[in-house]
Design a protein around this ligand. Structure first.
Ligand code: NOJ
Ligand code: MG
Length: 601
C-alpha cells in the first residue's frame, strides 16, 4: 500500500519527511492548552471492503428476543437484520454467543465451538449467517482467546491432571510464608477483587485469572493452546464468518518468572483495585504481538487454501497507551480499536473531552501516530463503556455521529447509539456485572457495565418491542416510550435519520479518501474538512460548547465561498439546504452541521 503523505500548511513538510512516518507532533499553545498543529493529512485510497466499513456491535442478550423468555437470541437478531441494512451498516459484530455460565455476559466461554442454548443452535447461527449474506452483510465474531470459563472441559481436565490439558492453564504452587501458603506474587485481577490467583485443592496449585475468578487464563507458552486457538478460528471460518474481534489482546502472555508488579502510584485506587499496580509483567507484552502475528498468518493461510477471493479481517481490543495500540497494526490487526475518545492516553481513566481542543487533539493524535498505509477507525461507545448520549450529553449525539461516520476509515458503533439510547440506572440488587458486583453498594455504579447493556428500544410496546415478556434479563430503560427506533423513523428529524444520512455520505469519494484537516475554529468549534480534487469538499462543524460561536472556514484551503447544509443536528434549528458564506458562520450552542461546497451554480 502507498504510505499516506502528510503535508502541512505552514510549510513543515520537510520536518515530516525528515521523521518519516514517526511524525514529530508540532505543538502550538492555544488558550494555554497544547494543540497538535493542524495539518492536511492524506488518506490512502481504500482497496478492500473493510477499510470504509461501518461495524455494528450487537449485544446478543439485549438485541431481540424471539421466544419470549426475556433474553435476546440468534433468531431475534436474524429477524432484525433488516434494521442494519436500513441504517446502512455493512458489518455486524456479535458479542459472544458461545456456551457459557454467563458470569461475565458470555466472555466466560465453556465451549468455543457451539452456541449458548438460550441464544439458539448452530443451525440458528447458520441461518443468521445465510440471511446476513443475502442482505449483503458481513459477520464478525467475538473471539476470547485469553481465558476460558472455569466450566470449560479443558479446565476440568486440567484440574484433574488429565493430559494433554495439565499445562493448558497457568498453574503455580505459590509460596509458603510462616507456614501459610500464599500466591506466588502480588498480581491483581482486572475486576478489582484482589489477587489474580485462586487456589484449587484438587490440583494443589493456584491458577491465574486476569479477569474474574471464573475466567481462567490459558497458558500461551504451550504450543497446544496456540493450536487450539487456530482450530477454533478455522471452525468458524468454515461456517462462513468474515473475521474476528479479538478480545483482551494485551493479556495472553505474562512474564513466566512471575515477578511482583510495582505500585502504580495512581491516586484513588485501593489495594484490591486493578490499577493499584502498574502491569508491566502481565499486560502489553511483546509476546502478545507475536501471537497476533501467528493468528494473522493462520487467517491468511486459510484464505489462501480455500482460495475464494474473500478478505478475512481481524479487529483487536486493547485499552493501552497509543504506541502499544498502534503496534497491533504492525503485527496483523486490520483495525486496532481506537479507544481514545473513551479512555485517556494510558487507556486507564476516562478520556478528557471537555473542549473542542481536546476533540481535535484526539483526532490528530490518532492520525499522526498510525503507521504508514494503516486504516483509521473511530469508537465512541461499546458494551464496556457508558453510552454516547450519557457520556457526551444528549446535545452532542448528532455531532458525535458526524465525527464517527465522516472521519476517514472504519466507523465502529454499538447497538442503540444510532437512536441515542442512554445509560439505564440499576439498583445494587439489580446489578449483574461481575466488575461491579465485586465492589459494594456504595461504589458499584462507576464499575457497572449493565447500564449500557439494557434491551434495544425498538418501539413503545411491551418491553420496548424487545420481548413479548414484560420481565427481561436486564430492565428496559423507562424512556423507551418516547426514545425508540419506530418513533425516530416516523418523525421528520431524528438522530436515526441523521445517522442514515451520514452513513449514506460515506459512499461519496470525498469521505472515502479525501484529505483530512481537523482544527478548532471560532470560540469552540470542532471543524474538519474533507477534500478531494474534482469533488465538492465536505466540512463538518460541531460547536462543542454551550455558547454561540461564530467562525470562518478560511483556515481551510480550497473551500468555495458558498456552502450548503447537507445534515444538521436535530436541535440546531438549522435546516438541510440552508446556505452559508464561508467567511461567517454562526453556530448556536452545541449545533452540529455537515456542509458541502457549492461552486457550479
Ligand atoms: C473485554 C470485554 O470487552 C469485556 O466485556 C470482558 O469483561 C473482558 N474483555 C474479559 O473478557
Ligand atoms: Mg429469547
Amino acid at each position: 500500500m502507498i504510505p499516506p503523505k502528510k503535508i502541512s500548511k505552514a510549510g513543515r513538510i520537510e520536518q515530516y519527511a525528515m521523521n518519516n512516518s514517526r511524525a514529530v507532533l508540532l505543538l502550538l499553545l492555544v488558550s494555554g492548552k497544547a494543540l497538535i498543529d493542524a495539518t492536511v493529512i492524506n488518506v490512502t485510497e481504500p482497496t478492500e471492503w473493510w477499510q470504509t466499513a461501518t461495524l455494528y456491535q450487537i449485544w446478543p442478550s439485549s438485541f431481540k428476543d424471539s421466544d419470549g423468555d426475556g433474553i435476546g437470541d440468534l433468531n431475534g437478531i436474524t429477524s432484525k437484520l433488516n434494521h442494519l441494512v436500513d441504517m446502512g451498516v455493512e458489518v455486524l459484530w456479535l458479542s459472544p454467543i458461545y456456551p457459557s455460565p454467563m458470569v461475565d455476559s458470555g466472555y466466560d466461554i465453556s465451549n468455543f465451538v457451539d452456541i449458548y442454548p438460550t441464544f439458539g443452535t448452530l443451525q440458528d447461527f447458520d441461518y443468521l449467517l445465510a440471511t446476513a449474506k443475502k442482505l449483503g452483510l458481513k459477520v464478525i465474531l467475538d473471539y476470547v482467546p485469553n481465558h476460558t470459563s472455569d466450566e470449560h472441559e479443558w479446565f476440568i481436565k486440567s484440574k484433574a491432571g488429565i493430559e494433554p490439558y495439565t499445562d493448558y492453564f497457568v498453574w503455580n504452587k505459590g509460596i509458603v510464608v510462616n507456614g501459610t501458603r500464599k500466591p506466588p506474587n502480588n498480581w491483581l485481577c482486572a475486576f478489582n477483587s484482589g489477587s489474580a490467583w485462586e487456589w484449587v485443592e484438587e490440583r494443589e496449585a493456584y491458577y491465574l485469572h486476569q479477569f474474574s475468578v471464573h475466567q481462567v487464563d490459558l497458558n500461551f507458552l504451550n504450543p497446544r493452546v496456540i493450536q487450539e486457538t487456530k482450530d477454533i478460528m478455522t471452525f468458524w471460518f468454515d461456517r462462513g464468518v468474515d473475521g474476528f474481534r479479538i478480545d483482551s489482546m494485551p493479556y495472553p502472555v505474562e512474564d513466566p518468572s512471575l515477578p511482583d508488579e510495582p505500585l502504580s502510584g495512581l491516586p484513588g485506587y485501593s489495594e484490591t483495585d486493578y490499577y493499584y499496580l502498574d502491569h508491566i509483567y502481565t499486560k502489553d507484552r511483546i509476546e502478545n504481538y507475536h501471537i497476533l502475528q501467528t493468528w494473522r498468518e493462520h487467517v491468511d493461510n486459510y484464505t489462501a487454501t480455500v482460495n475464494d477471493g474473500a478478505i478475512r479481517i481481524i479487529f483487536t481490543e486493547a485499552y493501552a497507551n497509543i504506541s502499544s495500540v498502534m503496534k497491533y497494526y504492525n503485527f496483523g490487526s486490520n483495525v486496532p480499536f481506537n479507544f481514545f475518545f473513551i479512555k485517556d492516553k494510558n487507556g486507564i481513566e476516562s478520556a478528557t473531552v471537555n473542549t473542542a481542543i481536546d476533540v481535535v487533539n484526539i483526532i490528530n493524535t490518532w492520525m499522526e501516530n498510525m503507521p504508514d498505509g494503516a486504516t483509521a477507525n473511530w469508537v465512541f461507545g461499546n458494551h464496556d463503556n457508558s453510552r454516547v448520549a450519557t457520556k457526551y450529553g444528549s446535545d452532542r449525539i448528532d455531532g458525535i455521529n458526524f465525527l464517527l461516520y465522516l472521519l476517514p476509515g472504519v466507523a465502529v458503533t454499538y447497538n442503540g447509539d444510532e437512536i441515542g439510547m442512554t445509560d439505564t440506572y440499576l439498583t445494587w440488587e439489580e446489578t449483574q456485572d461481575p466488575q461491579a458486583c465485586s465492589t459494594d453498594e456504595t461504589r458499584y455504579q462507576p464499575y457497572s457495565r449493565d447500564p449500557e447493556r439494557t434491551p434495544y428500544q425498538w418501539d413503545n410496546t411491551t418491553s420496548a418491542g424487545f420481548s413479548t415478556n414484560s420481565i427481561t434479563k436486564l430492565p428496559v430503560n423507562q424512556n423507551y416510550l418516547t426514545l425508540n427506533l419506530a418513533t425516530e423513523k416516523e418523525v421528520d428529524v431524528s438522530h436515526y435519520k441523521n445517522v442514515q444520512a451520514a452513513i449514506k455520505l460515506r459512499s461519496n469519494e470525498v469521505i472515502r479518501h479525501g484529505t483530512l484537516d481537523a482544527q478548532v475554529i471560532g470560540e469552540s468549534v470542532v471543524a474538519f474538512a474533507r477534500e478531494l480534487d474534482g469533488h465538492e469538499p465536505v466540512v463538518v462543524l460541531i460547536n462543542w460548547d454551550n455558547i454561540t460561536s461564530t467562525c470562518s472556514l478560511e483556515v481551510f484551503e480550497n473551500i468555495p465561498d458558498n456552502m450548503k447544509v447537507l445534515i444538521s443536528d436535530i436541535n440546531s434549528g438549522i435546516t438541510v439546504g440552508d446556505r452559508y458564506t464561508k467567511t461567517r458562520i454562526e453556530l448556536p450552542a452545541y449545533a452540529a452541521v455537515v456542509l458541502q461546497g457549492i461552486t457550479d451554480e
